[in-house]
Write a protein that binds this ligand. Sequence first.
Ligand SMILES: [Zn+2]
Length: 243
Amino acid sequence: MEYKYTGIILGKRDIGETDRIYNVYTLEQGKISAIARGVRKGKAKLAGHLENFYLVDLTVMKNRGLGNISSSIVENNFFNLHQDLESLKEVFEVIKIFTRLINDEEKDNEVFALLLEYLETMNMVNESQEDLSVFKIKKNLVTQGFLFKLLDLAGYRAETNKCVKCHNKFSKNKNFFNYDLGGVVCKNCLNNSDTMVPISDNAIKIIRIFFQNKLNSLFKLNITRKETNELERMSQNFIKWIL
Ligand SMILES: [Zn+2]
């Protein structure tokens, strides 16, 4: 049977003498794996159409087990992103998390759209001529926005509107983020046995902005390294707790 997919290449690994297995997040079937046979031979054209994070149209021949990729047409190679090693490293780390968080063969249009939006935005950030330090902060903000939105789609929305324990609106200052409960806990509900860390009012505000906005509009935010560092620490800890 022949299958057609639109997908984003998540990663690859070598098997056998000349073959390679690709992980692809597809619009039609979610995360799948497929083999490209002979792709590591010198003249194999297919390899150039199956680079990490490319958006491709794939044809896969499949009966039982893993399918064989018979053709790939590149729809977007995210050229600017691939020119910048640091951004590429950042995306690589995020895709590793994505791959672990998202189950195999669960189709989800929203997850697909978010992943595509992330790559498009990271590609766009690299087109902009910002000051290098500002540029790094904005890239990281986009990455954090992607992770919080992805966690939301995976069923782990960080609650930042009301206290996860008493469900009351919390006031400014001295709030905490509880990883077990996946949200902000107000100071009245503080309990020593909980796994929680202080969360700043700004971090709460930015997470709310993530949920209300597209990733590419995050460029407009004026943000400091301190704020993105706090968000990064939070997303990393939250993800560690989930995985
Ligand atoms: Zn409370």
